[in-house]
Design a protein around this ligand. Structure first.
Ligand SMILES: NC(=O)c1ccc[n+]([C@@H]2O[C@H](COP(=O)([O-])OP(=O)(O)OC[C@H]3O[C@@H](n4cnc5c(N)ncnc54)[C@H](O)[C@@H]3O)[C@@H](O)[C@H]2O)c1
Ligand SMILES: O=C(O)[C@H](O)COP(=O)(O)O
Length: 592
C-alpha cells in the first residue's frame, strides 16, 4: 500500500525526511521539537483539580489512605438513593460494596462527571453495567482479595449446618438442653457438588476435600484439568444436583443463573440434600426453596445471601427452622476487607490517572506489556480519527469508516480494540459533546450510526513493530479539502509512528510527513519554489510557531499538498492571507 520510503537525517532539534521512491507523490519534511503527550485512555483529560471520590460503604483504612493521598475522599455511608444521586454530580469516582445499588439514575445524575465505579468486592450485580458503559464510566472490581474469606465462610456454614450449631446455640441460650433434637450429619464420605468452579468454588472444593468429602463440580466454563488437579470431577448440572448430599453455590448472578435452583431443579435433587449459598440470593428461587424445605426434598439450607438484602423481617425463608442465615458476611474478615480496600483503591486511582485497569469489568483488559507497545499507535489512532472527521464537509454525515492496520505480524498478534476505540474517540469528539473512551467507544459509534470496519494488511517486513501504519477512510462523504479524497473516492488519512511520535504520512493520494502535534494546516498548491517561505512568513508575522512542514507532490511543478504543523492556532486573518497566496488552491486548518 505505501509506496514512498524515506531517509531521515537527524540533528538534535531538527530532522529532514527525503522520499526516495516517488510513484505517486514525493515528500519533503522539516521537523522541529518532537514532544510526547501522556496516554489518557479512560478519563477525558488529566483532572486539573484533585478528583473527588465518594466512598459509599465502609472501606478498610489502608485503601482509604491510598485514596486520600490522591483525591478528596468523601466517606458518606447509608445514603438513600436520592442522596446518592444528589452527591454523585460532584464526584469523579464512587466506591461501593454490595449494599449500594448503582442504578442508571446514578449515572444520569452524574452528568458525565463520574468516571469510575469501584466495587470493593467481586459481584457487580448491584451496578447497572449497561448504563455505566453508555455513560463511558469504567467499572472495576476487586476480584481476588476476598476469595479465601468467602470460601472459609462457605465451609463454616457447611459444618455449622450439618451440626445444627446456630439452632443449638439459640436453644441453649433459651435455657434448653436438647441433645437429641440436634443430632447432626457427618461430612466425611459425603458428596459435595460445587456449582460454579471459579475462585471461591475451587477454594471450597479444596477445603472440602480436606474434610474427606467426595467433591464434584459443575461449571460450563471451567477447565477440567484445573478441577482434576485438586481431585474434583466436572459433571453436568443434572448429575451434580442429582447425586449430591450437599450443594454449594458459587456462580455469579446473571440472567442465565437467576433462579437456577427452582421447583423443577429441586425436584431433581436427592431427597434430604443440604444447600449452602454464599454466592448471590438471586440464584435460588426463594419461594421454591421454602417449598422444598417443607416437603423434605431439602433437609437444610445455610444462606449468607438473599434476593433482597436485608430480607423482609417476616421472610418465611429466614424464619424457617431448617435455615441457618448470616447477613452477607462472606467477605467480612479483617484480612479480606483490608485486601479488598487496597485492591479497589489502587484500581480506582489508576483509572483516574487514565490508566487501563487490570480488573476492568466493562472495558477490554489489555496486558500492560501490550499497552506499552501500542501506546504511540493509540495516540496516532486518535489523531487520525480527529483529522479524518475534520476533513468531512459540513452536512455529510459520517456513516461508513474503514480502518486498515498494516502489520508485519500475524493477524492474531494485533489486538485492535484499543486502536478502534481511539479512532472512534477521534472521529466523534470533535463533532459532539460526547466523551468517548475505551468503555463506551463501540456503543457510542453504534448509537450514532457509524459503522467501523477493520482490516489487517499483512506486510513482509520485520515483526519488531506491532504496526507499520494505520489508514482511516471515510466513505460516501464530501470533503472540505478536496485533495483528501483518494482515487477511490473516500477521505483518506494514513499515519505512522516515527521515533515514538505519530506522523501523518498520507492525505488522499498525497504523501506528506508531518508530526501530529499541535495543529495542522493543509494547503493544496501548484508546486513552485518559495511556497514554504510565503506561508511560513505569514505565520511568523503572527508569532505562530511552525513545528513541522512537509510537501507531498504528484510530480515536480504540478499539484502538491503542503502540511504545516503549528503550535498555536493562527488567526482568521492569517488563514485568509494563506488562502490568498496565488498558488494556493485550497487549504484547511485542522485541530488535533
Ligand atoms: N458472600 C460473599 O460475601 C461473597 C464473597 C465473595 C464472592 N461472592 C460471590 O461468589 C460468587 C463467585 O465468586 P468468584 O470470585 O468465585 O467468581 P468467579 O468468577 O471466580 O467464579 C464464578 C464461576 O461461576 C461459573 N459460572 C458461570 N455461570 C455458571 C453456570 N451457569 N453454572 C455454573 N457455573 C457458572 C464461572 O464459569 C466461574 O468459574 C459470585 O457470585 C460472588 O459475587 C460472595
Ligand atoms: O461479591 C462479593 O465480593 C461479596 O458478596 C462481598 O460483598 P460485600 O463487599 O458487600 O461484603
Amino acid at each position: 500500500m505505501a509506496t514512498a520510503s524515506s531517509q531521515t537525517l537527524r540533528f538534535p532539534t531538527l530532522s529532514l525526511s527525503l522520499s526516495s521512491k516517488l510513484p505517486l507523490s514525493s515528500a519533503f519534511s522539516v521537523s522541529l521539537r518532537p514532544r510526547r503527550r501522556p496516554l489518557v485512555l479512560l478519563v477525558s483529560a488529566a483532572l486539573d483539580a484533585k478528583p473527588t471520590v465518594l466512598v459509599a460503604e465502609k472501606l478498610g483504612d489502608a485503601g482509604l489512605k491510598l485514596l486520600k493521598d490522591f483525591a478528596n475522599v468523601d466517606c458518606s455511608y447509608n445514603l438513600s438513593p436520592e442522596e446518592l444521586c444528589t452527591k454523585i454530580s460532584l464526584c469523579d469516582a464512587l466506591i461501593v460494596r454490595s449494599g449500594t445499588k448503582v442504578t442508571r439514575e446514578v449515572f444520569e445524575s452524574s452528568a458525565g462527571r463520574l468516571k469510575v465505579v469501584g466495587r470493593a468486592g467481586v459481584g457487580i450485580d448491584n451496578v447497572d453495567l449497561a448504563a455505566a458503559t453508555e455513560h463511558g464510566c469504567l467499572v472495576v472490581n476487586a476480584p481476588t482479595a476476598n476469595t479465601v474469606a468467602a470460601a472459609e465462610h462457605g465451609i463454616a456454614l457447611l459444618a455449622a449446618m450439618a451440626r445444627n450449631v446456630a439452632q443449638a446455640d439459640a436453644s441453649v441460650k433459651a435455657g434448653k438442653w436438647q441433645r437429641n433434637k440436634y443430632v447432626g450429619v457427618s461430612l466425611v464420605g459425603k458428596t459435595l457438588a460445587v456449582l460454579g468452579f471459579g475462585k471461591v468454588g475451587s477454594e471450597v472444593a479444596r477445603r472440602a476435600r480436606g474434610l474427606g468429602m467426595n467433591v464434584i463440580a459443575h461449571d460450563p466454563y471451567a477447565p477440567a484439568d484445573r478441577a482434576r488437579a485438586i481431585g474434583v470431577e466436572l459433571v453436568s448440572f443434572d448429575e451434580a444436583i442429582g447425586s449430591a448430599d450437599f450443594i454449594s453455590l458459587h456462580m455469579p448472578l446473571t440472567a442465565a443463573t437467576s433462579k437456577m435452583l427452582n421447583d423443577e431443579t429441586f425436584a431433581k435433587m436427592k431427597k434430604g440434600v443440604r444447600i449452602v449459598n454464599v454466592a448471590r440470593g438471586g440464584v435460588i428461587d426463594e419461594d421454591a426453596l421454602v417449598r422444598a424445605l417443607d416437603s423434605g426434598i431439602v433437609a437444610q439450607a445455610a444462606l449468607d445471601v438473599f434476593t433482597e438484602e436485608p430480607p423482609p423481617k417476616d421472610s418465611k425463608l429466614i424464619m424457617h427452622e431448617l435455615v441457618t442465615a448470616t447477613p452477607h458476611l462472606g467477605a467480612s474478615t479483617m484480612e479480606a476487607q483490608e485486601g479488598v480496600a487496597i485492591e479497589i483503591a489502587e484500581a480506582v486511582v489508576g483509572a483516574l490517572n487514565g490508566e487501563l485497569a487490570a480488573t476492568a469489568v466493562n472495558a477490554p483488559m489489555v496486558p500492560s506489556e501490550v499497552l506499552t507497545e501500542l501506546k504511540p499507535f493509540v495516540d496516532l489512532a486518535e489523531k487520525l480519527g480527529r483529522l479524518a472527521v475534520q476533513l468531512v464537509a459540513g452536512g455529510s454525515g459520517v456513516k461508513t469508516v474503514k480502518v486498515s492496520y498494516a502489520t508485519s505480524r500475524a493477524p492474531d498478534d494485533l489486538d485492535t480494540r484499543l486502536l478502534r476505540a481511539m479512532i472512534t474517540k477521534g472521529l466523534i469528539e470533535p463533532i459532539s459533546s460526547v466523551f468517548v473512551n475505551l468503555v463506551n467507544a463501540d456503543f457510542t459509534a453504534k448509537q450514532r450510526g457509524i459503522r467501523i470496519t477493520e482490516e489487517k494488511v499483512i506486510l513482509d517486513g520485520s515483526p519488531e513493530n506491532p504496526l507499520e501504519f494505520i489508514q482511516v477512510q471515510i466513505a460516501n462523504v464530501e470533503s472540505r479539502f478536496a485533495s483528501a479524497i483518494s482515487d477511490s473516492g473516500e477521505i483518506k488519512v494514513e499515519g505512522r509512528v516515527k521515533d515514538g511520535i505519530p506522523h501523518l504520512t498520507k492525505v488522499g493520494s498525497f504523501e506528506v510527513d508531518v508530526s501530529l502535534e499541535g495543529s495542522i494546516i493543509l494547503c493544496r498548491q501548484v508546486d513552485q519554489p518559495g511556497m514554504i517561505g510565503k506561508v511560513g512568513s505569514i505565520l511568523g508575522q503572527e508569532n505562530v510557531n511552525v513545528s513541522f512542514m512537509s510537501v507531498g507532490r504528484i510530480a515536480p511543478r504540478k499539484q502538491a499538498v503542503m502540511a504545516i504543523g503549528v503550535d498555536e492556532q493562527p488567526s482568521k486573518e492569517s488563514l485568509k492571507r494563506i488562502g490568498e497566496v496565488p498558488a494556493v488552491e485550497e487549504f484547511v486548518f485542522l485541530k488535533l
